[in-house]
Structures are given as C-alpha cells and as structure tokens.
Design a protein around this ligand. Structure first.
Ligand SMILES: NC(=O)c1ccc[n+]([C@@H]2O[C@H](COP(=O)([O-])OP(=O)(O)OC[C@H]3O[C@@H](n4cnc5c(N)ncnc54)[C@H](OP(=O)(O)O)[C@@H]3O)[C@@H](O)[C@H]2O)c1
Length: 372
C-alpha cells in the first residue's frame, strides 16, 4: 500500500526562533530593541551556531550612534563577533560538525542567540578557553596583531606607546608586545585604571610607575619621563585609537622611522544616547592634522586602518587567526559579563570609557533585576 504524500516527501528543515537585538536605523542607542524572530536553516556554505557569548566592542556603540562609516544603512543588528556551538550545517560544508565549539566573526549581526554564518568566518575555540573568552578574542586581538605587526612593524626591543592600554585592544597589544620582546609605555584615562594595570599586569608586561601614564594636560612631560626611564630617544610605534589631544605630543615623540598607527577616534565618542552634532562638528574642525611634507624630513609616518575589510577577505582569515594566536596566545581579560537582555547596560558601560578589559553578553545568564 502507498503511504501518504507526507510520508514520501523529504521533510523541509524548519525555521527556529531566536532572540536578536536590532536598531531600525543608526542614530540613537535608545532605538536598540530586543525581539524574537524565526531563523531559517543554514544555506549552502553556511553554518548555524547557537550563540553562548557575544563580544561587546567600542565600535558597537559608534555603529548604533551612526558614527561608524561601515554601519549598514537602515535596520541592522550590531555585533562583530560571538562564540557558541555548531547546531547544523548547510550544503557544501565539510569542515564543521554539530557540537563543534566555534568563534565567529560577523560583519554586524552578532547580537543574537543563534545565527547563520559563512563557514569561512568560523574558527575553533582553543580547548582550555571559556566561551566568553572566545567571544571576546577575535576583533580586539586581530586589531592588535594587524596594527602592531603589519603596519607598526614592531620589533624586539622597540618602544611602543599604547593608548587606552587597560581596554580590550590595549591589553591585547600589551600581550603582543611581550611576545615580540618590545617595550610598552601605556596611557590610560584614570588613576584607577593605572593602579589596576600596574597591579594586575605590571610584572607580566614589564610596566613600571614611570611607564604607565594617566592622560592629562601634562602628557608631554610624562611621555618624556617614560622614554627617559627606558633610555629611549623616541617611540618606534604609537598605537592610537583615541585621536585626541594626545595625538600631536605622541607623534612629535616618534623616533626616526617611527610609525603612528591610527585605528580609531574614541575622543569623538558622545556622552549621551545620541550624538551632539554641534560638539562633533567643533571637534572635527579642530581635529589634529599633519603636514606630509614635514613627515619626509622627520622620517616619521602615519598609517591608519579599519579591520572590517578583513571580514570580506575570508580567504585571508586562517592566516590572520593563526598569526594572531601565535602573537597573543593567552585568552583575553574579561572585565564584565552581562545577560543578553542587558546589552543596553553593557553598551552604556563601554561608552563611559571606564571599563577595563572586555565586556561579554551571555544568552544563558539571568538578567539583572530592574532597579527599584
Ligand atoms: N580600526 C579598527 O579596525 C578597530 C578595531 C577594533 C577597535 N578599534 C578601536 O579601538 C579602540 C579600542 O576599542 P575597544 O573595543 O578595545 O574598546 P576599549 O579600549 O575597551 O574602550 C574604549 C576606551 O577608549 C578610551 N576613551 C578615550 N576617549 C574616550 C571618550 N571620549 N569616551 C569614552 N572612551 C574614551 C577609554 O579608555 P582610556 O580613557 O583609558 O583611554 C575607553 O575605555 C576604539 O576606539 C575602537 O573604535 C578599531
């Protein structure tokens, strides 16, 4: 006897529900909203990942505020990285199996409890690392690796100025410099960060009270004192994503052949939930500028980059991840874990400029009870 149609046709894979943060258009953090939607099965070349941790980046705030040039126009989900377990794989995916622990690079879309990602953007989680550490690693470690080696040309013995040294990228940069045998001078935004950095990592990264500086109007004198304590004439590399008042005194202290590597403009961060256009315009008009002709005779250079281009160069990712893990082999410092529902609080914390290390969202963590 013939079976019914439903017995004979292959069953169609079903969409599964997921929670996702999205914003209808960039411009204000208040527009970010959490909702539930169906997630289709993975397409050809894709892997479906159940997300267990999401990395929070300073760039996520810039993206929501509309101050990040790579931000999609219209509705988007923030998030450049996450970690989790492979749930299922689409056609033409050989490398990954259900259950594999993976970190995922996402060009936006990471703030989700499950997602479909191109198989080429996944990387296995080192065995001893937690999922939170894995989600915290790719963006900031790749940034430190690329900026310090490919652009900064940091070598053993080099003297390198690291801005925001207690932050996510900054701590990765300090670890990279230790591996390279280079010497770091750290700049941070508060006395509390300075104390924490010296106490937590001073011994490991060769930092002394002279080489950890709190940003202040007397920065030039502090930089000179730090260089003198290292017996150095100038910096071989300045690693800078602040682009504020420190820019000119740092550039002026580059040694011959020194490179200032610029990869962000944290100084342009807004204070509230939406940008202040007048303040931004004023800052933009007064931004530090350089004269390329003067750079020739000074033998100093400025290089700049945005790593987001790498997300489109999937064939280069394995080489990039291998290089990064060799340079920065230890898991990152997690400064705070938040429930997935508390993404707004995590973004506010990183926007404040007070955080140390990396913040992570965890879908399986219970949300903080609302304040009375
Ligand atoms: N180009 C790229 O490909 C790329 C990739 C990743 C990150 N980035 C950039 O690298 C920087 C570090 O990123 P991250 O995710 O690791 O963040 P983070 O360093 O953990 O946090 C940002 C830090 O910026 C500093 N800052 C300076 N002025 C600020 C202001 N007006 N408001 C708030 N914070 C201010 C604060 O530290 P201190 O006060 O201690 O300096 C703050 O902690 C960011 O500027 C980010 O946009 C660029």
């Amino acid at each position: 006897m013939l079976g019914s149609m439903s017995d004979t046709l292959p069953s169609k894979p079903l969409a599964t529900p997921r929670r996702v943060w999205s914003i209808p258009r960039a411009g204000s953090l208040s527009r970010l909203a959490l909702h539930t939607e169906p997630l289709a099965p993975p397409g050809s070349g894709e892997v479906q990942v159940e997300v267990t941790a999401v990395g929070v980046n300073f760039a996520d705030v810039f993206a929501c505020l509309g101050l990040y040039s790579a931000t999609p126009s219209g509705k988007f989900t923030p998030g450049l990285e996450c970690a989790g377990r492979v749930r299922s794989v689409g056609a033409d995916v050989d490398r990954w199996r259900p259950g594999d622990r993976v970190m995922v690079l996402t060009r936006f879309g990471g703030y989700a409890t499950a997602l479909n990602a191109s198989a080429a953007t996944l990387w296995p989680i080192p065995e001893s690392w937690s999922d939170a550490e894995a989600a915290a690693y790719p963006v900031q470690a790749l940034t430190a690796w690329y900026g310090l080696t490919a652009l900064g040309n940091a070598r053993p013995g080099a003297v390198v100025l690291v801005q925001s040294a207690a932050g996510g990228v900054g701590l990765n940069a300090l670890q990279a410099l230790q591996t390279l045998g280079a010497r770091a001078v750290a700049v941070v935004g508060s006395a509390a960060k300075r104390e924490w950095l010296i106490g937590q990592y001073g011994g490991q990264y060769g930092l002394t009270p002279e080489t950890v500086i709190v940003r202040s109007p007397r920065l030039a004198a502090d930089l000179d004192a730090a260089l003198a304590s290292l017996g150095a004439q100038g910096f071989d590399v300045v690693f800078d994503a602040v682009y504020g008042a420190d820019f000119e005194p740092s550039f002026a202290r580059l040694a011959a052949e020194g490179r200032h590597v610029l990869f962000g403009a944290a100084d342009f961060m807004s204070v509230g939930r939406r940008p202040n256009p007048l303040r931004l315009a004023w800052q933009y008009l007064r931004r530090p500028r350089l004269d390329p002709l003067a750079m020739i005779s000074q033998n100093r250079g400025l290089l700049a980059f945005n790593l987001i281009w790498l997300w489109h160069e999937a064939s280069r990712l394995p080489e990039a991840m291998r290089g990064t893990l060799a340079l920065i082999p230890n898991p990152p410092h997690i400064g705070g874990c938040y429930a997935f529902e508390d993404a707004q609080a995590a973004l506010a914390a990183i926007q404040s400029g007070k955080t140390m290390g990396k913040l992570v969202l965890e879908p399986h963590r219970a949300a903080e009870p609302a304040a009375e």
